[in-house]
Write a protein that binds this ligand. Sequence first.
Ligand SMILES: *Cc1c(COP(=O)(O)O)cnc(C)c1O
Length: 215
Amino acid sequence: MSIKKQINLIKAQIGKNVCLVAVSKTKTELKIKEAYDSGQRVFGENKVQELVSKQNNLPKDINWHMIGHLQRNKVKYIAPFIKLIHGVDNMKLLREIDKQARKNERVIDCLIQIKISNEESKFGIDYKEANEWLKTDLLLNFKNIRITGFMGMASNTNNELILSKEFSTLNNFFNMHENTNLKTLSMGMSNDYLLAIKNGSNMIRVGSNIFGARK
Ligand SMILES: *Cc1c(COP(=O)(O)O)cnc(C)c1O
């Protein structure tokens, strides 16, 4: 199916209240342009170098999201334009984002990544630590960062019971803290986005279902 058809299909499934992040990592600018021409404006990348070069070459009204693990020394390259950073999971990184945002006279939106899966490879902080971040004034020190919600990556499994449990636990946590600033819950990828939405997600990150499998 064409990229345009896939996007329209997913948009029809998810409705207007869920934001679709088209994950374009490893995909060519031509393919991204195809998605853009069918109306898609939000794209997610996970490598800084690739993200910067695509941002440079593609239309300027694209909202770029950083969805991967972000290294502190690379924040400066994306700070001028990045719309949302999904994977924030340590204070040193927050401090650097705040510093680079201030240099660019911007306020950068960030999601706290919570580790919702037991898999070793997944990043994120646990609920206890996230609670501490939110209860204290810690985050208020960062004047050039706005924490706008949470991001979670579920286990790499087809077991819907496990997935539902991971999603719904994060959703409960989100519901406890939701306010005018904390309004985004980013969870769900190609294989599990419908289940994620059932469990409260309002931002999904979909790559292979739009652009085809990655090598
Ligand atoms: C690659 C990636 C996705 C998209 O994965 P698909 O299975 O291709 O939809 C979503 N979120 C993150 C953090 C990713 O790295």
